[in-house]
Design a protein around this ligand. Structure first.
Ligand code: 5AD
Ligand code: SF4
Length: 429
């Protein structure tokens, strides 16, 4: 039996694309290898959102030359965003690579492996939204589900519109069919994936899609990522408020607290407009958790702009953030802007952002001590064999000792006895 090994970098979208690659290869009679050394096919599913992610892949790729020398029959594929961006340049750089396949074309990978010596697919795929590949999911409780692909926003720093193409929404009926099947297999939670779920459009809009999914028996929790602040509608806020199985958590990337920088980023909202949406969300759903993304050291960002980001973090008090140093991505408009910021300055700004947010996150988690939360148990905890881990509806990690046969997939009450910035600890009650 032939074996494959997948090495995945980057976001949930890539993680789920890898699940589909697994599903397709399993259906073809392949098995998953324990590691790259006993594989007949190695697939790198790559990320190019920041330079760091790219470097991780290129350092792994270096080792592949020796692998191929030892086993000339080995096939190596590069998929994901670097594949899309680099195309045949990857094969020129590393001739031992057999296939280069962009995120819109993973449906072709199986045919390449079976029938082609060497092949490249980076073309636009107009049928992507109608191509439902069978995913082999790593988890048994929660599942990722694509609702749309690509992005039309062209934030000036971002490579995604170039690597994943224009927005394409899946038909609501096929999304509902997939989630029905997941429910029948025992899944309890779905996370709907799109670069900007608020611009989802088929026969229904995004709140309309939630309205259909919420009726699916057995799906206790619905999450979604990512929301673009400019498209966040009142209807969505009401859906989170009113639909019992839509979780009280929203990831709403702010990127910067300076309206001037937001303009340079082409985000299409000002800080005041963003804040107004936050206030509406919190008015309608007081216990919601709100998380965000921040970029430190965007071109032309001054100390004053940075201070505005710091003030925004203090004013909003997110439950958590992902923060990154701005990374110059070839082909994006920001990469050509004057006033690129020195790395040392970016590092200081990032440190200040993270240091402040760590304190806020810890404080917000501590508010939850002595409260009871609804927990969906996900599996054994890394903190010990005698513990289980799960999440609150607000997406916070909850860890507790085994209790009364409670098991992954159960929805239970959890009393929080202790909290730090990473997790909540407690007991099942
Ligand atoms: N540099 C730094 N961070 C970036 N992101 C996207 N592109 C870049 C870049 N060039 C961040 C944004 C986005 C998240 C997924 O990654 O904050 O919301
Ligand atoms: Fe990138 Fe902006 Fe699209 Fe998000 S919305 S993927 S940050 S271009």
């Amino acid at each position: 039996m032939k074996k494959y090994y997948i090495s995945t970098f980057g976001c949930q979208m890539n993680f789920h694309d890898s699940e589909k690659i697994s599903g397709v290869l399993n259906a073809e009679g392949y098995a998953e290898a324990g590691g790259p050394s006993d594989a007949d096919v190695i697939i790198f599913n790559t990320c190019s959102i920041r330079q760091k992610a790219e470097q991780k892949f290129f350092s792994q790729l270096g080792k592949m030359k020796a692998f191929k020398k030892r086993n000339p029959g080995l096939k190596i594929a590069v998929a994901g965003c670097i594949a899309q961006q680099e195309g045949d340049r990857i094969i020129q750089k590393a001739p031992f690579i057999d296939y280069v396949i962009g995120p819109q074309n993973i449906n072709l990978l199986k045919d390449f492996i079976l029938n082609e010596e060497k092949a490249i697919a980076t073309q636009d795929n107009p049928y992507l939204q109608d191509t439902d590949l069978p995913a082999e999911r790593a988890d048994t409780v929660k599942a990722l589900v694509n609702i749309m692909y690509g992005c039309n926003n062209f934030c000036s720093y971002c490579i995604v519109p170039y690597t994943r193409g224009r927005e394409k929404s899946r038909a609501a009926a096929s999304i509902v069919r997939e989630i029905n099947e997941l429910s029948q297999k025992g899944f309890k939670e779905v996370t709907l994936l799109g670069q900007n779920v608020n611009s989802y459009k088929s026969e229904v809009d995004f709140p309309g899609l939630l309205e259909r999914i919420k009726k699916i028996e057995g799906i206790k929790r619905i999450r979604f990522v990512t929301s673009h602040p400019k498209d966040l509608s009142e209807d969505l806020i009401f859906a989170i408020r009113d639909y019992e199985n839509v979780c009280e958590h929203i990831h709403l990337p702010l990127q910067s607290g300076s309206s001037r920088v937001l303009g340079l980023m082409n985000r299409k909202y000002t800080y005041d407009e963003y804040l107004k949406k936050i206030l509406t969300i919190r008015k309608e759903i007081p216990d919601i958790s709100i998380t965000s993304d921040i970029i430190a050291g965007f071109p032309q960002e001054t100390d004053e702009d940075h201070e505005e980001t710091i003030n925004a973090l203090k004013e909003i008090e997110f439950d958590g953030i992902f923060a990154f140093k701005y990374s110059q991505r070839p082909g994006t408009t920001a990469s050509l802007m004057e006033g690129q910021i020195e790395d040392a300055v970016k590092s200081v700004r990032l440190y200040e952002i993270l240091d402040l947010q760590n304190k806020i996150t810890e404080k917000k988690n501590k508010y939850l001590e002595r409260t009871t939360q609804e927990i969906l148990i996900e599996g054994p905890s890394e903190k010990g064999h005698d513990k289980l881990t799960g999440r609150t509806r607000t997406n916070k990690i909850f860890i507790a000792p085994l209790h009364d046969g409670k098991k992954p997939g159960d929805i239970v009450s959890g009393l929080v006895t202790k909290a730090n910035r990473h997790s909540l600890y407690g007991e099942f009650v």
